[in-house]
Write a protein that binds this ligand. Structure first.
Ligand SMILES: *Cc1c(COP(=O)(O)O)cnc(C)c1O
Length: 356
């Protein structure tokens, strides 16, 4: 049996967005949120669903000073019969514990978290949009709350889940993007926090992202922090290449975020009979292969976009393009298959979906 979850309903429900067409991303929040607290010696306590509202925290709360925090991201999808379903939600809460272990945050019970999320979603089901490509974005996160400036792991934490109706990622269709290979800044190093979903990794990446944006690129492709040579990942996505017909992605090495979409693409590729390889991929190896016309597709994978085709890469002074800037066959097939299962249009043969 799970701990009981108390529910306090809002007295002032917000008006739902009038149209799914202009939802954007991460700007609108639903009426309720899930919260539980951790107190050393008592564990995770006081699980509750309460009205979405600002928090009251001491200015000395540890999260503000030393960044001890983790987060997750997943989505709820409206199904053709009107029900709501989640995509592999247990994997997100297992990853919470991998991130927690690195950040010295006590573990959660992944099964209870999925149960709590479903309880919250049952209350908020009307907020799940239904226009094509839209979803309810789910943001679980944990922050350290001890009111203390000493540098040590906190003894108290807050775990929360907030929900945000989100528009279609590809309003204009799946157009390949141009990406800047970052050769000055690094995101993570082996032994650091790269594999954990922790806010500091993003804070450290903003400068490169901003520079790339100014130069006309939408994202950064990160190289490893030691040799500045081996490909790691793209912004908030893992990265795949089709080289000589083989699907390749950098091996998980401790500095790369282990994406659930990455794992799904690899599993799907096996089912479809495509050769896959997870290994170190050097930028000079990719460049030589691209110049020789052997790289037919490049794409990013992540919860937000699912598959994001890459049409061009810039590295130092040189630009290479892939598939004449059009989306590749495998990229399209992975996108269509994964989103087809998520929106209940294709049979869920891998048992990826969980209904409320
Ligand atoms: C969340 C994230 C990803 C993608 O993970 P998914 O589980 O596929 O959404 C990739 N890289 C980084 C840095 C991330 O934070």
């Amino acid at each position: 049996m799970y701990p009981s979850i108390s529910v306090t309903r809002t007295q002032k429900p917000a008006a739902k967005p009038a149209s799914d067409a202009s939802l954007g991303f991460g700007q609108i929040f639903t009426d309720h949120m899930f919260v539980m607290d951790y107190v050393e010696g008592q564990g995770w306590i006081d699980a509750r669903i309460v009205p979405y509202a600002p928090l009251s925290l001491a200015p000395s709360a540890m999260v503000f000073h030393y960044g001890q925090a983790i987060f997750e991201g997943l989505k709820a999808y409206r199904q053709p019969d009107g029900q709501v379903a989640l995509f592999r939600p247990r994997l997100n809460f297992e990853r919470v514990n991998q991130s927690n272990a690195r950040m010295v945050i006590p573990p959660v019970d992944p099964d209870f978290c999925v149960h709590a999320l479903k309880e919250l979603l049952r209350l908020e089901a009307d907020w799940v949009p239904s226009a094509p490509g839209t979803s309810l974005y789910i943001r679980p996160f944990i922050i350290a709350t001890d009111a203390c400036l000493g540098v040590r792991p906190s003894h108290t934490y807050k775990f929360m889940i907030i929900l945000s109706p989100s528009g279609a990622y590809y309003a204009q269709g799946l157009n390949p993007v141009s990406i800047y290979v970052e050769d000055e800044y690094v995101r993570a190093v082996k032994g650091g926090t790269g594999f954990a979903k922790t806010p500091g990794n993003y804070a450290a990446s903003l400068i490169a992202q901003a520079n790339a944006y100014k130069a006309g690129y939408v994202q950064v492709l990160w190289l490893d922090g030691v040799h500045r040579r081996y490909i790691e990942e793209v912004g908030s996505m893992n990265v795949f290449f089709v080289i000589d017909g083989k699907l390749m992605t950098p091996a998980l090495n401790g500095s790369i975020l282990p994406g659930i979409t990455r794992r799904t693409v690899l599993e799907l590729a096996q089912t479809l009979g495509y050769a896959t390889e997870e290994r170190q991929i050097a930028i000079d190896e990719l460049w030589a292969a691209a110049k020789a016309g052997r790289v037919s597709e490049v794409f990013g994978s992540g919860t937000a976009a699912v598959i994001s085709p890459v049409g061009a890469l810039k590295y130092e002074q040189d630009v290479v393009t892939f598939n004449a800037g059009r989306i590749g066959r495998l990229s399209q097939q992975f996108y269509d298959t994964i989103t087809g299962v998520q929106y209940g249009q294709l049979a869920d043969t891998h048992a990826w979906m969980e209904r409320l």
